[in-house]
Design a protein around this ligand. Structure first.
Ligand SMILES: Cc1ncc(C[n+]2csc(CCOP(=O)(O)OP(=O)(O)O)c2C)c(N)n1
Ligand SMILES: [Mg+2]
Length: 598
C-alpha cells in the first residue's frame, strides 16, 4: 500500500514536471507553437483571402482556435463567417470573387457538406471562379489517442476519401496527409485555383493533422497574384488587320464583365471600329452598356448571314444550335480560356484564337488598329447604321413597356420599368427566374459592369449569389428576381438570416406564376397534341406555393403579396425603404404571364 502511494506520488510529481516543462516550452516558443488550424489560417492570410465562409462542422475547432487567437492578438487576417447552408457559402464566395477579383476560402463539413455544396462548386467551375474549398475527416475513428467524436465512425467516413466526391466538379482535389505539408498544400491549392483555367480546388484535411503541432517557419512569403498574360504582338497585328479590313465585323460577348477593365476596353474597341455588340443569352454578367448605340441585344441570328468577321469575346456558346455558325465569316475567339474543358460539346469554329487577359488583349487590338489608321467617314457611316438598329431594339422594348401599363396583369416589362423608376441608379440585379429570364435580361437596363448577374444552372444558388454581390458591394442595392419554384429550391431561411445578421439586406421579387412553367413549356413542345395539353392534366408543373412574402417577417423585413399592377410601385417603394433600413424585403408578385423561355 505504502509503495503504491509512493509510486502514485512519484507519478503525480512527474506529471507536474512534464506539465511545467510543456508550459515552459509553450511559453518559450509562444510565437512559434501552433497547430494545423494556424497553418491553414496562415495560408489563407498569405493567399490574401478576405473571407473564410463556412457551413460549419465538428472538424474545425483548430481553425476556430486560430481565428480566436487572430482576434485576441489583433493579427490582420480574413474575416470568418458562418452560414447555414453550403450552397450559400460557395455562391457567396463565388460572387464576391467575381466582383473583387480576389479568391476566397470556403470550409465545409466532411462528405455531407461537400455533397450539399457540390452543385454550387460545379457552377463555380463553369464560371471559372478561383476558390479554395476544404473539409475534414478522421483517420483514427477513436482508436488512437485523438478522440474525434463517434459520429465520424458511425456516419462521416467516405470510402476512398472525401476528395472523390468533389473530383468531378473541381479542377484539383487532394488529401493533405501530414501536418508538415499542410501549410504549403493550402497555399498550393490557392495558387492552383487562380491559374488558368481558374476554378475551385479542394483539400481534405484530417483532424489529426489539424490538431497536430505546426511549427510556423520564421519567414513565410505572401502568395503573389496570378500573372496575367497576353497574346504576342504578331497575333495581335494579324487580328487587327482582319478587323481593319472587315466590312461587317460583329462582337459576341458573354462573360467579359464584371471586370471593369474588360468592360471599358470592349466599349473602346467597339467604338473605334463601329462594331455592333451582341450579348450571349446565357451571359453571367453585364458586358456592355445597354444605352450604347452599338448594343444590339441578345439575338445573334439576324447578324449571322452578313457578318464577315465574328469576334467572340469570352463567349462560350455564341450561337445555337451549336453548328449555327456564321458561314461567311472568319471567327476569332478572344478570351483567357476559350475552349472550355468543363463543357461536353462546344462549337466555336474559330479560325484564330487570341488567348490571354481580355482587357489587355482588347486594349492591344485597339492600339494596333489606331496604328493602322482609321477611316473616319467609313466608321461614322457604319455607326449610323448600327445606331438605327439599336434604336429599333430600344423601340421594341419601349413598346412592350408602354403596352404593359394598361394590362391587368403584371408582366416582366412592367416589373422592370417600375424597378427602373423606383430603384436608385446604383442597383445590381441578380436573376434566377426561368421563363421570365429572357425578358428580364432584355428590360433590365445597365450601363456599368456590376449591374447584372446570373449564375449557371442548378436552381437554388440565387440567394447566396445575391448575398455575395451585396457583401462585395454593400453600398449598392441588390434586387433578386426569382421564380416561385426556384425560391423553393433556395435555402431561404439561412439566406435571409444571414442577410439580417450581417446587414446585407436583399430586395427579393418572387415572379409567381404558380407553376414550374418551364416544365409545361417543354412538355407542350414535345407533345403539342398530347394528352396533358388536351386534358389540362400536367405533372411536374403546378405549384400551390406558400405565402412566400411572409418569410420576410422572420427577420422583421417587409413582405407583400402584389396582385395588381397598380400596387406594384407602392410595394417596391416600401420594399426599398425596408432594405435601406437594413431589412430584407420580399414581394410575392403575381405574374401569370407564361413568359417566353429561352
Ligand atoms: C437543382 C435543380 N433541380 C431541378 C431543376 C429543373 N428545373 C429547371 S427550371 C425548373 C422550374 C423552375 O420553376 P420556377 O422558378 O417557378 O420558374 P418558371 O418555370 O415558372 O419560370 C426546374 C424544376 C434545376 N434546374 N435545378
Ligand atoms: Mg414559376
Amino acid at each position: 500500500m505504502g509503495v503504491l502511494l509512493f509510486l502514485e506520488l512519484i507519478h503525480s510529481k512527474i506529471d507536474q514536471e512534464l506539465y511545467l516543462i510543456h508550459e515552459t516550452l509553450g511559453r518559450k516558443s509562444l510565437n512559434n507553437y501552433h497547430d494545423g488550424g494556424e497553418a491553414i489560417l496562415e495560408a489563407f492570410r498569405n493567399l490574401g483571402v478576405d473571407y473564410v465562409i463556412s457551413s460549419p462542422g465538428s472538424e474545425w475547432p483548430s481553425l476556430w482556435e486560430a481565428m480566436a487567437r487572430q482576434k485576441r492578438d489583433g493579427t490582420a487576417g480574413p474575416v470568418y463567417m458562418d452560414c447555414g447552408h453550403e450552397i450559400l457559402a460557395v455562391t457567396m464566395a463565388s460572387a464576391y470573387t467575381h466582383i473583387t477579383g480576389r479568391m476566397q476560402a470556403v470550409i465545409l463539413h466532411a462528405g455531407a457538406g461537400l455533397m450539399q455544396g457540390s452543385m454550387a462548386v460545379s457552377a463555380a467551375r463553369a464560371m471559372e471562379t478561383p476558390m479554395v474549398v476544404m473539409s475534414g475527416e478522421s483517420l483514427g475513428y477513436g482508436e488512437t489517442e485523438f478522440e474525434p467524436g463517434s459520429q465520424w465512425y458511425r456516419n462521416l467516413s467516405i470510402v476512398g476519401g472525401s476528395q472523390r466526391l468533389l473530383e468531378p466538379v473541381v479542377k484539383w482535389a487532394q488529401q493533405v496527409p501530414a501536418p508538415e505539408t499542410l501549410y504549403e498544400s493550402v497555399v498550393r491549392a490557392g495558387e492552383l485555383a487562380q491559374r488558368n483555367p481558374r476554378g475551385p480546388t479542394y483539400l481534405c484535411v484530417s483532424m489529426e493533422t489539424m490538431t497536430h503541432e505546426w511549427l510556423k517557419p520564421d519567414a513565410l512569403r505572401k502568395s503573389p497574384p496570378s500573372p496575367k498574360f497576353q497574346p504576342i504582338p504578331d497575333e495581335i497585328d494579324k487580328i487587327a488587320a482582319l478587323i481593319a479590313h472587315a466590312e461587317c465585323p460583329l462582337i459576341s460577348v458573354e462573360n467579359a464583365g464584371p471586370d471593369r477593365g474588360a468592360f471599358d476596353a470592349l466599349v473602346e474597341l467597339a467604338e473605334l471600329m463601329s462594331i455592333p455588340v451582341v450579348e450571349g443569352q446565357g451571359a453571367f454578367f453585364a458586358n456592355f452598356p445597354k444605352s450604347h448605340d452599338l448594343y444590339m441585344g441578345t439575338n445573334i441570328n439576324p447578324f449571322l448571314e452578313e457578318t464577315d468577321l465574328a469576334l467572340l469575346v469570352e463567349s462560350r456558346t455564341p450561337w445555337y444550335p451549336p453548328s449555327n455558325t456564321p458561314k461567311n465569316a472568319e471567327i476569332v475567339a478572344i478570351g483567357i480560356n476559350p475552349l472550355k474543358s468543363h463543357m461536353v460539346y462546344q462549337v466555336m469554329n474559330a479560325d484564330h484564337y487570341l488567348e490571354g487577359d481580355v482587357a489587355a488583349t482588347l486594349r492591344l487590338l485597339t492600339e494596333a488598329l489606331r496604328r493602322l489608321g482609321i477611316d473616319a467617314t467609313k466608321m461614322s457611316e457604319r455607326r449610323a447604321r448600327w445606331r438605327a438598329k439599336h434604336e429599333e431594339w430600344c423601340e421594341g422594348l419601349r413598346a412592350a413597356e408602354d403596352n404593359s401599363v394598361d394590362r391587368d396583369v403584371i408582366t416582366v416589362p412592367l416589373l422592370m420599368k417600375t424597378l427602373r423608376d423606383v430603384m436608385p441608379a446604383e442597383t445590381s440585379y441578380v436573376d434566377e427566374t426561368i421563363v421570365h429570364s429572357g425578358a428580364i435580361r432584355d428590360h433590365a437596363m445597365w450601363d456599368d459592369s456590376l449591374s447584372f448577374f446570373r449564375a449557371p444552372s442548378g436552381l437554388g444558388q440565387g440567394l447566396g449569389y445575391a448575398l455575395g454581390v451585396k457583401l462585395a458591394m454593400p453600398e449598392r442595392n441588390v434586387v433578386m428576381t426569382i421564380g416561385d419554384g426556384t425560391f423553393m429550391y433556395n435555402p431561404v431561411v439561412p439566406a435571409i438570416a444571414f442577410a439580417d445578421e450581417h446587414e446585407l439586406p436583399l430586395l427579393i421579387i418572387v415572379a409567381n406564376n404558380a407553376k414550374y412553367a418551364a416544365m409545361q413549356h417543354t412538355h407542350d413542345q414535345f407533345y403539342p397534341a398530347g394528352t396533358s395539353i388536351t386534358t389540362n392534366d400536367y405533372y411536374g408543373v403546378n405549384i400551390k406555393g406558400p405565402k412566400y412574402e411572409e418569410a420576410a417577417s422572420m427577420v422583421g423585413g417587409y413582405g407583400k403579396l402584389v396582385r395588381n399592377p397598380a400596387d406594384l410601385e407602392p410595394a417596391l417603394r416600401e420594399a426599398l425603404r425596408s432594405i435601406q433600413a437594413g431589412k430584407t424585403a420580399i414581394l410575392n408578385v403575381n405574374m401569370p404571364d407564361k413568359g417566353a423561355p429561352r
